[in-house]
Design a protein around this ligand. Structure first.
Ligand code: MRU
Length: 371
């Protein structure tokens, strides 16, 4: 299994996604500041992976703190939360994870836990978030694979695999993996995904590693592939989904959705419930990250554009819900009208929760699976 991010005794261990596919390098992050920087610099990227890593970053801050009182640690913890929240703006999983860690903190305080136990409680919650992410991806993959015909030619965008999550299956790529496990014959068209090349570097790497048949294309080839009848469905992930089903995802997703509609191809979004932001009515309110110009003007550190040219680099776009055939979550598949189907799924109990016996802990750690 690809281990995107891991909690270790020394710190948070992450695979450096900037170096893939040529080098498989792991970094040990030892402070919340290093964790926040790794998220900002896209050493770790992908919405669920960002959430899990941020939770570990907060746990790390708490573990390493030399605060002598709970009150002192509380001030530090809140500063860590604010630091993490500034790392990247679009993926709501980041804010979801921070809020969950804040709730764990509040619960530990409510129980009047002494400092060492309070620390353990918060660390355990980060581990719960990690474990649940992996379980959630299996459930999403299982639901999503039922939508995949046999044989199927699937177009993907960005990286939605193990690298975009805590590890294991991934979101949209998890559906591909599950379809393969079910014996379906799939072929994946991998969009290179300019400017950061998550498709060419990361998705291609994951698929090759598992010998899943795949063909790399540049982003501007997608329309022609559809025109030639080579695509049966499009599978993408999401960084935030508004209450009406509008989807924020990697820049270029909107173009694919329009192309898919024009060609009568189903366009599926695969994302965990933690990617839903039902507090936002529609996509126009989702903050879109603008990233540095150098990601557009340079490839692998080499300039490809004349110096001084003005550059735009929005990292995400919004796909209006009318282009989305279905949204696959760990709790099932939502179809239009999304305001109803998404809120019904959000209201269901958390299927990633551990069995009751496992959750009946002594009170020295948060119940695993609490949300
Ligand atoms: O800028 P990135 O690489 O973090 O963007 C990632 C994506 O847009 C993914 O498609 C998204 O996070 C969903 S997949 C888990």
């Amino acid at each position: 299994m690809i281990k995107t991010v891991e909690w270790t005794d020394e710190g948070v261990r992450v695979i450096d996604q900037r170096k893939l596919p040529h080098e498989e390098v792991y970094l040990l992050l030892r402070t919340p500041e290093e964790v926040a920087e790794a998220i900002r610099a896209m050493i770790v990227r992908g919405a669920p992976a960002i959430g899990v890593t941020a939770a570990f970053g907060l746990a790390l801050g708490v573990k390493r703190s030399s605060a002598l009182t709970v009150e002192e640690l509380e001030t530090e913890f809140e500063a860590f939360c604010q630091l993490m929240a500034r790392a990247r703006p679009t993926a709501v999983n980041l804010f979801w994870a921070i809020e969950r860690m804040r709730r764990a903190w509040a619960e530990a305080r409510r129980r009047n836990l002494p400092l060492p136990l309070l620390k353990e409680w918060v660390i355990q919650e980060a581990r719960n978030i990690y474990r649940e992410d992996i379980e959630t991806n299996w459930r999403m993959a299982h639901h999503g694979a039922t939508l995949i015909p046999d044989p199927a030619r699937i177009l993907t965008h960005c990286n939605t695999g193990a690298l975009a999550t805590a590890g294991g299956m991934g979101t949209a790529l998890g559906v591909v993996r599950a379809a393969v496990l079910m014996g379906k014959r799939v072929h994946v068209y991998v969009d290179e995904t300019r400017p950061f090349l998550q498709g060419a570097r990361l998705t291609a790497w994951e698929l090759l590693k598992e010998r899943i048949p795949a063909t790399l294309i540049t982003d501007n080839m997608a329309g022609y592939m559809m025109y030639r009848g080579l695509v049966d469905c499009v599978l993408v992930g999401a960084d935030r989904i508004a209450a009406n089903g509008d989807v924020a995802n990697k820049i270029g997703t909107y173009t694919l959705a329009i192309l898919a509609k024009e060609h009568g191809i189903p366009f599926y979004v695969v994302a965990p419930i933690s990617t839903l932001d039902l507090s936002i009515a529609s996509g126009e309110h989702i903050p879109i990250e603008e990233r540095p110009a150098i990601e557009v003007t340079h490839i692998n550190g080499r300039p490809i554009a004349p110096e001084g040219i003005a550059v735009a680099n929005p990292a995400f776009d919004i796909t209006p819900h009318r282009y989305v055939t279905a949204i696959v979550t760990e709790r099932g598949i939502a179809r239009p009208p999304y305001p109803e189907s998404l809120s019904a799924l959000a209201a269901q109990p958390d299927v990633a929760q551990a069995p009751a016996a496992e959750r009946a802990l002594s009170g020295d750690a948060p119940p695993s699976g609490s949300s």
